[in-house]
Design a protein. Structure first.
Length: 514
């Protein structure tokens, strides 16, 4: 679901002290990642940096944090020129980069994580009381009521995210760079994080906020800096920070018809789920149908059971009962191979661990599920057929790769997702299950995937799409099924779509009749 955020107020009476970046350029072999980029971040200000994958955001943040050195340009803090030889220099200057993948140690306590690397000592000995007191002060700044002696293991992702921020604040960080901070958070955890960002702004801390979730950007940012192809593309303030303008600046074209939805006449029942009981929620039998040419959404809060349902339908999770029919034929539950043979495929939420072999090339990944169809004498891979298949997928899905043997681990998130889609489309499925199909993907790739889904539906494919992005669900789907604690609490036809109606069902309520 889209986070229920409210627009933050611009900081009142902030200092002009802060970071100034001018003309930063950076090149790698064959690629100019940054081309004379400018950026200003003032104390007590939240500046969002947005752009498509490959726009240069990560490279710029690594330069600010001392991880990489710029080829040209300058950085100034409070008007003083600085040059970082490494991350330690940036940390001493008050800059902290909070990565999407958190940098914490599960085997240490909360306090030890916060103070790691700058523990207070008495001579050669650790000053444990001083360590706990310092950690407690940092925890209070982020609103966490935790015993610093508690082991980190077992805490939620949201708590760990706040501990990472506390860790930065314990080093007197004046500028926090937050990279996709809500990608793994529940709605409640995200709301808590937004409140902390607001508190830090009021305390005079500068925040650079990177996110593909434009609703969050709109709610939090005082200014938005847009990068495109390694260059400054736009800067938006106040009322200029709205979805259409941000997307247009990122992709360089008008995106008024971002979802480009086309209605299709539903056909036969391609997928029928009757009384299916998942292992996670065996007490709630699930009933649903998806017709050929339909895109049906599965909405709900994190933990509602959407991923478990899709995995159970496909067979990667065991079923506790019920039946699944594909094209009118009963499916053997718990057997993904038979599901694929029957025409049912799943694009998983975690594409890197469950959807791809990252060390393999595009060609090998695309051909994996259908390799047996292109084998000679039942055992030898037809290299020519495999290459044609991959080249067709690259052309059809606009996969950006230098060649079909390029390792998929080196592709952007959007192109990786296209490879996952390409491998399943190669088996000519009747039903496509999608779990968070655009998570961590830039808006340009999102638009391409949405257009592809509508094209597939137009060709008669049945699509069941689980998404936590309310805007995506309402923009793409013909119907929405809303889940709460493992059960479907209601169904909404397109005419009844609204954030209020979906949220009402997502928290376990009943649909309100007009």
């Amino acid at each position: 679901m889209t986070r229920g955020t409210t627009r933050a107020h611009a900081p009142a009476a902030r200092s002009e002290a802060g970071l100034t970046v001018r003309g930063i350029s950076k090149s790698f072999p064959g690629v100019r990642a940054l081309d004379r980029v400018d950026l200003d971040v003032r104390a007590g200000e939240v500046v969002a940096v947005i752009g498509e994958n490959g726009a240069g955001k990560s490279t710029l943040m690594k330069i600010l944090a001392g991880v990489q050195a710029a080829d040209a340009g300058e950085m100034r803090i409070d008007g003083r020129a600085v040059r970082f030889a490494g991350p330690a220099d940036a940390q001493r200057a008050g800059i902290a980069l909070i990565h999407q993948e958190l940098n914490l140690c599960d085997n240490l306590s909360v306090a030890a994580n916060i103070m790691l690397g700058h523990e207070p000592r008495r001579g050669p000995f650790l000053a444990e009381r001083a360590l706990l007191d310092a950690a407690d002060r940092a925890l209070r700044r982020v609103g966490l009521d935790l015993d610093g002696r508690r082991p980190l293991a077992g805490l939620s992702i949201g708590q760990c995210q706040l501990i990472e921020i506390a860790k930065a604040l314990s080093r007197a960080a004046r500028l926090l760079i937050m990279d996709e901070p809500t990608s793994s958070l529940t709605q409640a955890e995200a709301e808590r994080l937004f409140a902390v960002v607001g508190d830090l702004r009021a305390q005079g801390v500068a925040v650079v906020y990177i996110s593909h979730r434009l609703s969050e950007v709109k709610a939090l940012a005082d200014r938005v800096v847009v990068l495109r192809d390694g260059r400054n593309a736009a800067e938006l303030r106040g009322d200029e920070i709205e979805h259409g303008r941000m997307v247009a600046a990122m992709v360089g074209r008008d995106v008024d018809r971002f979802y480009q939805r086309r209605a299709h006449e539903p056909g036969y029942v391609a997928l029928a789920v009757e009384g299916l009981r998942t292992s996670a929620w065996p007490q709630h039998p699930i009933h649903l149908k998806v017709r050929a040419g339909e895109i049906v959404g599965l909405a709900g809060l994190v933990g509602a059971g959407r991923s478990e349902l899709l995995g159970t339908i496909f067979g990667v999770h065991p079923a506790r009962g019920g039946q699944v029919r594909v094209r009118g034929h009963d499916l053997v539950l718990g057997d993904p191979r038979r599901a694929i043979a029957a025409g049912l495929v799943l694009v998983p939420e975690n594409r890197k661990e469950q959807g791809l072999v990252l060390d393999f090339g595009v060609r090998a990944n695309v051909s994996l599920p259908s390799m047996h169809r292109r084998a000679r004498a039942g055992m030898f891979v037809d290299d020519h057929a495999e290459r044609r298949l991959a080249e067709d997928a690259v052309a059809r899905l606009a996969i950006k790769a230098p060649h079909v043997d390029q390792s998929v681990g080196l592709l952007s998130g959007g192109n990786q997702q296209k490879v996952v889609l390409g491998k399943w489309l190669a088996v000519d499925p009747a039903v496509l299950l999608l779990d968070e199909p655009t998570r961590g993907i830039d808006v340009g790739s999102k638009a391409e995937i949405y257009a592809l889904l509508h094209d597939l539906a137009g060709r008669g494919l049945a699509i069941l799409l689980a998404s936590s992005e309310m805007e995506e669900v309402m923009g793409v789907c013909d119907r929405v099924l809303v889940m709460h604690e493992g059960r479907i609490t209601g169904e909404l036809p397109r005419a009844a779509f609204s954030e209020q109606a979906i949220l009402q069902l997502a928290v376990g309520g009943e649909r309100r009749r007009a």
